[in-house]
Ligand binder design. Structure first.
Ligand code: APR
Length: 245
């Protein structure tokens, strides 16, 4: 473990009042949630364009719902890991703390993070294609295809698919936080999907000290101030622990 790197980052965090953390699938890997890329990533076995696009849903909502129902059933019994808990703990120690996640698994909330910005939506929310109502739904298995109780319209997973725009208000809030951040952690993301892939660089350009925590090097590692290689579930608790020393 890179103890020197951890100590340096812990010192930075200790003296920061404004911190942003971006997480990706890597933080949930130790909970048993499959990542998207890499040897056992979901996109090795499934084609994103068949399952995670508005066109795929229009063509075959039953197929898309079967895939989401499978993911929901896989994730429902899983628990947050020490990495999620460490970030919930970090939130309590920093005056102005923002957690942005690309994950749709809900594990940050389960770990006690107060207001994670779930920028790609949530597996546990659905939206009516007809009346637009967006609400929580935790049924596993879900009746396929699910229908809106209010208007009978077809429900879709309330997640952001490839080719869809992110909520502009959420994006504005994220950029506001990135511009003000003193320190940023980029945890468990391959940096393959925009706009999240550029958040670390935006914060760095605005003057933040940016730290990557990832099991492997990424194409962005060289651009950050520090890149620590290892498991998020081991490194993040160490980081928070060092802040108290
Ligand atoms: N600890 C730290 N990092 C890890 C761990 C771990 N235990 N396990 C894996 N990683 C790292 C991998 O090295 C990789 O860089 O997590 C990253 C996971 O990358 P992706 O699978 O590409 O996930 P992510 O970056 O979140 O993907 C972005 O792509 O398909 C979409 O919408 C989906 O939100 C997702 C987006």
């Amino acid at each position: 473990m890179d103890t020197e790197g951890i100590r340096q980052v812990a010192e930075k965090l200790k003296s920061s009042t404004r911190v942003v953390v971006l997480t990706g699938a890597g933080i949930s890997q130790e909970s048993g949630v499959p990542t998207f890329r890499g040897a056992d990533g979901l996109w090795q076995n499934f084609r994103a364009e068949d399952l995670a696009t508005p066109e795929a849903f229009e063509k075959d909502p039953v197929l898309v719902w079967r895939w989401y129902d499978w993911r929901r059933s896989l994730i429902q019994p899983l628990k947050p890991n020490p990495g999620h808990y460490a970030l919930a703990d970090l939130e309590k120690r920093i005056e102005d703390f923002t957690l942005v996640t690309q994950n749709v698994d809900g594990l940050h909330k389960a770990a006690g993070s107060k207001h994670p910005i779930e920028m790609h939506g949530s597996l546990w929310r659905v939206r009516c294609m007809q009346c637009g109502t967006d609400f929580e739904n935790r049924e596993v298995p879900i009746d396929i295809p699910p229908r809106c109780e209010t208007c009978g319209g077809l429900l879709r997973p309330a997640v952001v698919w490839f080719g869809e725009a992110l909520d502009q208000e959420i994006l504005r809030e994220i950029y506001r936080c990135l511009e003000r951040a003193e320190t940023m952690l980029v945890v468990g993301t391959s940096g393959a999907v925009q706009p999240a892939a550029s958040f670390g660089l935006v914060a760095k350009k605005a003057g933040a000290f940016v730290v990557e925590v990832n099991r492997s090097k990424t194409p962005q590692s060289a651009f950050f101030d520090v890149s620590i290689q290892g498991k998020a579930g081991e490194l993040l608790p160490h980081l928070v622990e060092h802040m108290t020393q």
